[in-house]
Write a protein that binds this ligand. Structure first.
Ligand SMILES: Cc1cc2nc3c(=O)[nH]c(=O)nc-3n(C[C@H](O)[C@H](O)[C@H](O)COP(=O)(O)OP(=O)(O)OC[C@H]3O[C@@H](n4cnc5c(N)ncnc54)[C@H](O)[C@@H]3O)c2cc1C
Length: 421
């Protein structure tokens, strides 16, 4: 196994880190202060606007070639030719992993570098499965950062950890598809520039279990699409992206908006969940690193009972345990990334499921320790820790619940012993 980044990747990781430290961090704390104040004052439309400072950061990042770096290797040929710097840098998963880790340090960085969920995953879907017409209409502006997108699979009415349960209908009628039903936790739909949703719908209930559903591109302004409300995650709205509950009432789009043809939603969902999970997992490592950094700084700089906080109780052990957990999980993720690069998503399915469980759980534990050593301050919005904890906690569901991933890991393990799948 070789997890060492290429020279290009090492340079990009360094450049990303320098940009986060010098450009993003000073702006981020001010934006955090403003949005906390706006929320306390009752929110309003301002919360859902993109601050000018963020647009300026995006422009600078793009000028420096720190743009769309998530785009996988293998696409750099046609993409670099067609899109120039928009085509990413052709990084492998192992190469992109440390870049993703750095972006996890900051809440704003993925957006600034145009590598944020769900747009990056949606762009990958269009890249791999989209028709030329779909790419021209939606992938181009997504890679350009001119529009945003959402991914609508989960439904309020059914247990959505089992994707075969999805009930929203996407019925082919002549040269149109008609959608009826309701989704929720549709991340990104609150963004003022969200122009398209990838919606998973039931097209043919009589087909094979994994061929009943389709993925349909639905422009956000189509008649019958209504954002009923924005949900909060433990009080955080995650603006300007947000998570919406969206109803679809007799929504009609052309048949050519179905990605890869009707009945192929599961195949597409599988393809979407490979590399993107490495990004998520490495961002969790970045977040955990930031929490550990804050914990050490705080623990060294405050004194209680005549000693620095780090020297009280089991705090030194907790710091060591956090370091061990972060470093071993990073290696687990790099191993999954290496398998994705060398043998592909199907052969790496257990490893990818393992990191989906391990990374947010480790981040959550480390952030929890960081909150504790900060005392009351750790729970306030003076520090980014309560927001960080909520993100890590949410990832344990947003990417599918821990239990579902563990179930898959166990199934593969037991399969080695002859157990039926
Ligand atoms: C912040 C956030 C962002 C999200 N963004 C999106 C998005 O952009 N698009 C989208 O479509 N969805 C999104 N989701 C939704 C997320 O994918 C679902 O919440 C998740 O898949 C679980 O579905 P559910 O909520 O219906 O839970 P259910 O399916 O009702 O499951 C509830 C619980 O049952 C247990 N359970 C389920 N299956 C098993 C099993 N096999 N073994 C053991 N226990 C099990 C687990 O404890 C699970 O948490 C987001 C969620 C959050 C919190």
């Amino acid at each position: 196994m070789d997890f060492s980044p290429s020279q290009r990747a090492a340079e990009l990781t360094e450049a990303v880190w320098t940009f986060i430290r010098d450009e993003i961090e000073p702006v981020e704390s001010e934006l955090h202060r403003r949005s906390t104040e706006a929320r306390r004052a009752g929110g309003g439309e301002d919360l859902w606007q993109v601050p000018d400072e963020v647009r300026e950061l995006q422009r600078k990042a793009r000028d420096q070639g720190l743009w769309n770096l998530f785009l996988p290797a293998g696409h750099e040929g046609p993409y670099a030719e067609r899109y120039g710097t928009r085509g990413g840098a052709g990084l492998t998963n192992v190469d992109y992993a440390p870049v993703a880790e750095e972006t996890g340090w900051s809440f704003l960085a993925p957006y600034v570098f145009n590598c944020n969920a769900p747009d990056s995953g949606n762009a990958e879907v269009l890249l791999r499965y989209g028709s030329q017409q779909q790419k021209d209409r939606w992938l181009d502006p997504l890679l350009d950062g001119r529009i945003r997108s959402a991914f609508a699979m989960t439904e309020p009415g059914v247990a959505s950890s089992d994707a075969t349960n999805m009930q929203l209908t996407a019925v082919v009628e002549g040269d149109e598809v008609v959608l009826n039903g309701r989704k929720w936790w549709t991340t990104g739909v609150g963004h003022p520039e969200c122009e398209v949703l990838i919606v998973m719908g039931l097209s043919d209930p009589d087909a094979h279990r994994y061929a009943q559903h389709s993925m349909v591109l639905v422009p956000r302004d189509t008649a019958g699409v209504k954002v009923e409300r924005m949900l909060d995650t433990m009080g955080f709205l995650d603006e300007p992206f947000g998570h919406g509950e969206v109803s679809f009432t007799d929504v009609r789009v052309p048949l050519e908006n179905v990605i890869a043809g009707p009945g192929r939603a599961f195949e597409i969902a599988q393809g979407r969940l490979g590399p993107g999970r490495v990004h998520h997992a490495m961002r969790m490592i970045g977040l955990a690193e930031r929490a550990l950094h804050l914990a050490c700084e705080r623990g060294l700089s405050r004194t209680a009972f005549g000693k620095p906080l780090v020297n009280l109780g089991g705090n030194r052990e907790r710091i060591a345990e956090a370091r061990i957990a972060i470093d071993s999980t990073r290696l687990l993720i790099l191993h999954a990334a290496w398998k994705l690069d060398t043998v592909g998503p199907t052969e790496a399915i257990s490893e990818v499921s393992q990191i989906k469980v391990a990374a947010p759980n480790v981040a959550q534990q480390v952030i929890d320790f960081a909150i504790q050593i900060h005392g009351g301050a750790g729970l306030s919005s003076d520090f980014p820790l309560s927001g960080a904890w909520t993100v890590a906690r949410a990832v344990r569901l947003a990417d599918g619940p821990d239990e579902v991933h563990k179930g898959l890991v166990a199934r593969i393990e037991l399969g080695k012993h002859g157990a039926a799948r």
